[in-house]
Write a protein that binds this ligand. Structure first.
Ligand code: HEC
Length: 108
């Protein structure tokens, strides 16, 4: 096999497994901080991850986690009940990625 093709195959395999690891880490953040109020596909106290993923970008989700009180009106919520959670930058990126993975198929 030509070296370049080997390299591309390897990068593809590694890329996929790194992504799967990130989702597993994102799931841990979810179970630690979000689970009491949000579920993946069912509406709980707050909206489900599939609802968020259908409407928001990763950046919007991260922004909401940083400042829910500043953003709830712009996101169309009547009240601001979600607390500010003390996540690290890494945890915030992981959870945003995890939420986006619930984007319904067929959406952008
Ligand atoms: C104490 C309950 C509670 C916890 C814990 C919580 N949320 Fe929320 N969240 C809510 C509620 C309720 C809303 C609806 C609007 C509001 O009250 O701010 C919301 C709204 C959101 C939104 C905006 C949804 C949209 O698309 O309009 C995002 C994004 C979000 N939460 C992410 C998270 C993430 C990620 C975590 C965990 C790191 C988390 N929330 C933890 C209660 C919570």
């Amino acid at each position: 096999m030509r070296p370049i093709i080997k390299y591309l195959l390897l990068a593809g395999v590694l890329g996929t497994s790194v992504y799967a690891d990130d989702l597993a880490e994102g799931k841990k953040v979810f179970e630690t901080y979000c689970w009491g109020c949000h579920h993946q596909t069912a509406v709980a106290f707050g909206p489900s991850f599939s609802q968020m993923a259908a409407k928001r970008t990763k950046e919007e989700i991260e922004a909401y986690i940083i400042e829910p009180q500043a953003m709830y009106k712009a996101f169309g919520h009547k009240r601001s009940v979600m607390p500010v959670l003390d996540l690290s930058d890494k945890e915030r990126k992981l959870i945003a990625e995890y939420i986006i993975s619930y984007r319904p198929k067929g959406d952008k």
